[in-house]
Design a protein around this ligand. Structure first.
Ligand code: PEP
Ligand code: MG
Length: 876
């Protein structure tokens, strides 16, 4: 089977075989664009390599030799021929782009002889030696595993001995000296000379690229982006073109639209007289692409045309790498550009309006997971800010946190629950775990397409790049901006949308939906079958949810209303009551407060259903901590003239807290079990709800309350609670003379409820799957402890494919959900069903809910837009 394809033999459809880069190079070659010729070694060859215990097969080597011969024929150059040497780049190219995660080698084919040939051919010995030393450096690092800094140190030493600061000041002779030292270093470190045979160089470079598929950063990146580990990478071998051949040469990267905002303008950067890696690595800060129009107007025009062509061809925003060699433009790569969620939405909507794609494609173009970004918080525009510096607005959103200067500390502190801002001169792929851990990233060097910018944008983290006013002292862990000194651990804020670096912690505000976003979501609403509701338990959240398009409240957790500071003492009174009368007195105090809450929520949700869940958590959650109480009591006892009444009160409290203590509260006296043992509590809540209903009904509010009973496992529990709700409704109707519309349903959140859903449905008007508890009780994992204790490792070791508290376990928990829906509808064909666990806001779980035939999902207000889009994608 064929394992090597010349560029003109491939096309864009062969992505899984040729990798993204290879497929696009092939496609561009076919389209007649100025692409340097080359060939691609397939991802299957990579998998063969691993399957054979990291060996290249003879057959593959043979195919490579043949492809190389073709390439030599095409270019008229020959690998290793001193009088006309072919030089190639060897690059990784996975199916899904993994920017900077794998290895690349440039200028391959140079050796002690061909370098002289290159010098003669170009008439530029300095250039030739510079190329050769770069090659030794990359090959030494990537293939031979010699630390990068050892090479850098040699260059530093030569510069020092010449009394110069910058690389361009070194002469041909200086580079020759560098090369000699590099070769000595290679000999010392590896015990053999730097390989002179270009065929061997190529073979080892291919192996190194295959190996880099499994380097640590690539593995982490794949895990983060859920890219399968068994895809393998392709290798692209391509004729070198040089952007560093003088001032009529250069290299750059450009996006066909602004990847941060989505605006339709050519957006990018270039460097005159430089090689590609200089731009991507963020080592030199490049110039904006618009300046290319002034410096090389013809090239700019040609590039503009090509970029338009590419965008139309692929019907998507492109990220294009180009090089100019002595006044001739080459396209080295094109791919769908990474973009912020904001840009993704705008580009999708604009492209529909420009007639490039249809609505369905637009809906599929935006990843619901990415939308969290748009729904990012930003700096309160009314806040007093102290702006310390301004850099490039590389990835929007605002963040505050403690400054750290290295990725390991970022990770460590974040694991300790601290919020950190990672500050680096520039980031490299080695820093990826720090970027994951940080709230935001700030760099002093690098442009909008630097590593930090690309990675942060992909993750939706705020990022500022190229903030050159920062003087970072990594040794002392200090950051100097003008006269301000910021040390590790100090608070700093960044606004990735404006590029502003701000002193201290700043107030952040909630996001709003842009016009394009509204449009996209309206298109989503046209196709989705699932309704989307929100989990909200106060009028503010309810209003926010409605603004984001929620079609009702799917879960109002009433215990949150009990937990407000001024209510806790009354709730405690209720819990500690010795007699029913005492308890009723406390409940009577709570009643008007609860009523007020519901009035506010009903008003906010005028015309939409509101599902109110009666009290769920164990009562002792409202009482003080046993240990703290013991300390207080001991202190009182040891103080000679302490208040005896106070002491008695505390001791009494301790007794109560102890009596209520449970070893396993999550499986204890909570949910409807509370309502059955203390019906007066639920009765008060229901009364508060219905009194609120009659109040707002008189105001003309269209109110649709749905009373939901938690943690039902046996139909009898629901039967009892239904009777109670109906009795109170009857009473309130009599008292107010207002007829009260309502339905009664239950949560399905323990396995027995799902298993006996046909019986339970007899007493229920609706089901809402509480998949947080259902996951907890199905797996038998404590939802409060599992993640920290073992679940993390379970996912790492692939014992579980995902954290089931985040992504619904469709095979187990999902089976119970499907069974619950099916059994419930056997009893009541039009039973309304929904989900209100955290999974209701997660795209893959939403897909499942759609397939399982649920009527709605309910999620936190900020996730409502995401759920609308995910529900639409599920229906497409
Ligand atoms: C659930 O268990 O999924 C649920 C929504 O209820 P809570 O998270 O309040 O237990
Ligand atoms: Mg629950």
């Amino acid at each position: 089977e064929k394992r090597v394809y010349l560029f003109h033999e491939g096309n864009a459809q062969m992505r899984s075989l040729l990798g993204g880069k290879g497929a696009n190079l092939a496609e561009m070659t076919r389209a007649g664009l100025p692409v340097p010729p080359g060939f691609t070694i397939t991802t299957e060859a990579c998998n063969d390599y691993y399957a054979a215990g990291k060996q290249l097969s003879e057959q593959l080597l043979d195919e490579i030799r043949k492809a190389l011969a073709e390439l030599e024929a095409q270019t008229g150059k020959k690998l290793g021929n001193p009088s006309n040497p072919l030089l190639v780049s060897v690059r990784s190219g996975a199916v899904y782009s993994m920017p900077g995660m794998m290895d690349t080698i440039l200028n391959l084919g140079l050796n002690d002889e061909t370098v002289e040939g290159l010098a003669q051919l170009t008439g530029n010995p300095r250039f030739a030696y510079d190329c050769y030393r770069r090659f030794i450096q990359m090959f030494g690092d990537v293939v031979l595993g010699i630390d990068h800094y050892r090479f850098e140190r040699i260059i530093e030493n030569v510069k020092e001995s010449r009394g110069v600061k910058h690389d361009p000041e070194l002469s041909a002779e200086d580079w020759k000296q560098v090369i000699a030292s590099f070769q000595k270093l290679v000999q010392e470190q590896t015990g053999s000379a730097f390989p002179q045979d270009p065929q061997e160089q190529l073979r080892r470079a291919v192996i190194a690229v295959f190996d880099s598929w499994n380097n640590q950063r690539a593995v982490i990146y794949r895990k983060l982006h859920k890219i399968p580990d068994d895809l393998g990478t392709a290798v692209n071998v391509q004729m070198m073109v040089f952007g560093n051949m003088g001032d009529d040469s250069g290299t750059g990267v450009a996006f066909t639209r602004n990847p941060s905002t989505g605006e339709k303008t050519l957006y990018g950067e270039f460097l005159i007289n430089a090689q590609g890696e200089d731009v991507v690595a963020g080592i030199r800060t490049p110039q904006p692409i618009a300046q290319l129009a002034e410096q090389m107007p013809e090239i700019y025009k040609q590039f503009q045309e090509i970029s338009q062509r590419l965008e139309h061809h692929y019907r998507d925003m492109q990220d294009i790498e180009f090089t100019v060699e002595r006044g001739k433009l080459f396209i080295l790569q094109t791919r769908a550009g990474k973009r912020t969620a904001h840009a993704a939405v705008r580009i999708a909507v604009d492209m529909v309006q420009e007639g490039i794609i249809d609505k369905k494609t637009a809906l599929l173009r935006v990843d619901p997971d990415q939308l969290n970004q748009i729904l990012h918080r930003r700096v309160d525009p009314d806040a007093q800010l102290e702006v310390l510096a301004k850099g490039l607005p590389a990835s929007p959103g605002a963040a505050s946190g403690q400054v750290v200067f290295d990725a390991d500390t970022a990770e460590k502190w974040a694991n300790d629950g601290r919020r950190v801002i990672l500050v680096r001169p520039e980031t490299t792929p080695e820093d990826i775990h720090g970027i994951i851990a940080a709230e935001g990233v700030l760099t002093s060097r690098g442009g909008m397409t630097s590593h930090a910018a690309v990675v942060a944008r992909g993750m939706g983290k705020p990022c500022i790049c190229g903030c050159e006013e920062l003087k970072i002292d990594l040794q002392r862990k200090e950051l100097h901006i003008g006269n301000t000194v910021i040390r590790q651990g100090d608070q700093l804020s960044i606004d990735g949308g404006t590029g502003k670096v701000l002193l201290g912690e700043v107030p952040l505000i909630d996001p709003e939906l842009s016009g394009e976003f509204q449009t996209l979501l309206e298109w989503a609403d046209e196709v989705r079958k699932l309704k989307v509701r929100a989990n909200a338990d106060n009028p503010h959240d309810a209003a926010k949810a409605r603004e984001f398009g929620a079609e009702g409240i799917g879960l109002c957790r009433t215990e949150h209303m009990f937990m407000e500071a001024d209510r806790v003492p009354i709730v405690q009174e209720m819990i500690l009551a010795e007699t029913l009368d005492e308890r009723q007195a406390a409940l009577n105090k709570l009643l008007p407060m609860q009523r007020e809450d519901f009035v506010g929520i009903f008003r906010a949700m005028d015309g939409l259903p509101v599902t109110i869940r009666l009290l769920d958590p164990p009562l002792h959650e409202f009482l003080p901590d046993i240990e703290e109480l013991l300390v207080e009591i001991t202190q009182l006892r040891m103080t000679p003239d302490s208040d005896k009444r106070e002491l008695l009160k505390k001791e009494n409290l301790l007794r109560k807290v102890r009596a209520l203590h449970e070893f396993n509260p999550m499986l204890g006296h909570r949910g409807c079990r509370l309502g059955i043992i203390h019906p007066e509590i639920y009765a008060m809540q229901v009364r508060a709800i219905f009194e609120a209903v009659s109040l707002v009904k008189k105001e003309g509010v269209d109110v649709q309350p749905e009373i939901m009973i938690p943690l039902v496992g046996h139909v009898n529990e629901l039967y009892e609670m239904r009777k109670l709700v109906e009795e109170v409704a009857e009473q309130v109707q009599q008292e107010t003379g207002v007829s009260i519309p309502f339905t009664i349903g239950t949560m399905i959140e323990v396995p027995r409820a799902a298993l006996t859903a046909d019986q339970i449905a007899k007493e229920a008007d609706f089901f809402s799957f509480g998949t947080n508890d259902l996951t907890q009780t199905t797996f038998g994992y404590s939802r409060d402890d599992a993640e920290g204790k073992f679940l993390h490792q379970y996912v790492d070791q692939k014992i579980l494919p995902d954290n089931p508290f985040i992504t619904l376990d469709t095979e187990g928990v999902g089976k119970l959900v499907s069974m619950g829906v099916q059994l419930g509808r056997e009893t009541k064909p039009d039973l309304k069903t929904g989900i209100c666990g955290e999974h209701g806001g997660e795209k893959r779980s939403i897909q499942f809910c759609h397939n399982a035939g649920l009527n709605y999902v309910s999620c936190s207000p900020f996730r409502v837009p995401l759920a609308r889009l995910a529900a639409a994608q599920a229906a497409l």
